[in-house]
Design a protein around this ligand. Structure first.
Ligand code: ZN
Length: 420
């Protein structure tokens, strides 16, 4: 074995033939049984021979064979016949793969004006999608639960499966979410605080549920299906109505003590500065969120926006003006870009991530990742030459729900293998 390799790495990443899930085990997850290690390695590989499994897990071929037989007899793994051309490339004729339909997971992202959901099989493949537009206002718990009912019904119908077929449900929403306790401490889409959402949903649907902050869904999506699979440390910064961040440390999401950390949008970039929607002053968000840009534009361009115009409509118009060469509009965006650079440099200085992924609806506004913004980020980083690359995620809207599904898959894996 090559000693220079990350000792926790499941396998040489170049050997991965598809598959999903992190390519290395997180120490934070505690000790794994060999059965779970085998299952997760097969999932991460896509397909793999028994001999390679034993080699990569550093255990005897005999113990792998015993566990594999057990997992096959319970319908979790299956034999996989490698295609002729794969055999020509030196792949063994018979490999192992996950039995995709041994369970299903529902992933759901709740947000202000739209809820979206996917159902995936155990290999992470999306079977069905559904979405529901909801009136964009704070709602009480009963209203939210009724909306969740609606989305669940829609996506189950689209997938042609029943509620009982689900092994787990993953739900993400904006705000402070205590993943461990299953509690929504606060959320901009709810009119009450400290909601025991996990317990409520488990009682309602009779299925195991796991919940998280929505930005962590984006980090989960990267960790399970994206670039983050092969990275120990990275950060995902989302710019939507507000600014969020998910941080992966040692192949696992970092959640803090109460799920309330990583509020990049509310780091202070100016003492006694602009008023933020959180009620405090000088937050990063108060300089780069859509409402902040619209606020500035209404002063600089002497706008008197009618209340019927949503912020995003005004923002589009401002962006069009900047592109057309309006100097005042350009200055507003340039300034916002500089503030974003301050925020990103803070992330670099605190976490030294291998990669920063910028993601979200606002990524179509290219001023946010213009060359001079990234140059400024490097300039403000203490070790600017080692500042990480910044990647723009062009994934579609359903990526949030897929991240929620990854959250559910994590839970489903343990449940399935324990129950057997
Ligand atoms: Zn704030």
């Amino acid at each position: 074995m090559d000693d220079s390799r990350d000792p926790k790495a499941l396998f040489d990443e170049t050997a991965a033939q598809g598959g999903c899930g992190p390519l290395a085990r997180s120490m934070a997850a505690g000790p794994y049984g060999l059965k779970q290690q085998v299952y997760e390695a097969v999932r991460a590989f896509g397909n793999v021979s028994r001999a390679d499994l034993a080699k990569h897990l550093d255990v005897s071929p005999a113990s792998v064979t015993t566990i594999v037989s057990d997992l096959i007899s319970h319908g979790f793994l299956k034999e996989y016949q490698a295609a002729k051309r794969e055999q020509h490339r030196g792949r063994p004729p018979v490999a192992l793969a996950l039995e995709p339909r041994a369970g299903y997971v529902l992933g759901m992202k709740l947000s202000d004006a739209k809820h979206s959901a996917v159902i995936v099989d155990l290999t992470g493949d999306v079977i069905a999608e559904a979405a529901l537009d909801a009136p964009p206002r704070r709602r009480d718990v009963e209203t939210l639960m009724a909306q969740i009912d609606d989305v669940v019904a829609r996506v189950l119908t689209a997938a042609e499966i029943r509620l009982e077929d689900l092994t787990a449900i993953g739900i993400g929403l904006p705000g402070g979410v205590d993943h461990t306790a299953g509690r929504v401490v606060w959320s901009p889409i709810l009119d009450t605080q400290n909601i025991e959402l996990r317990a409520l949903a488990e009682k309602r649907y009779g299925r195991p549920v796991t919940i998280d902050n929505d930005t962590n869904l984006m980090a989960m999506a990267e960790l399970w299906f994206g670039e983050g699979r092969r990275m120990a440390n990275f950060a995902v910064v989302t710019i939507e109505h507000g600014v969020g961040m998910g941080v992966v440390i040692d192949h696992a999401i970092f959640r803090g003590s109460h799920g309330l950390g990583m509020e990049l949008g509310h780091i202070k970039v100016q003492l006694d500065g602009a008023l933020c929607r959180c009620g405090q002053r000088g937050c990063l968000e108060a300089y780069i969120a859509d409402y902040a840009l619209v606020r500035e534009a209404s002063i600089a361009l002497d706008w008197t926006p009618s209340s019927s115009d949503a912020n995003h409509v005004l923002l589009e118009s401002l962006f069009d003006q900047a592109k057309a060469g309006n100097e005042a509009a350009r200055t507003i965006f340039r300034r916002a870009g500089r503030y974003l650079a301050v925020g990103l440099a803070t992330v670099v200085n605190l976490f030294d991530p291998a990669l920063i992924i910028l993601s979200g609806e606002r990524m179509r506004f290219d001023y946010l990742y213009a060359d001079d913004v990234l140059a400024e980020m490097r300039g403000l980083s203490l070790n600017g030459k080692l500042a990480p690359p910044v990647q723009i995620n062009a994934w579609g809207d359903m990526v949030w729900a897929r991240g929620a599904a990854a959250l559910g898959l994590e839970k489903a894996t343990t449940l399935l293998l324990e129950a057997e």
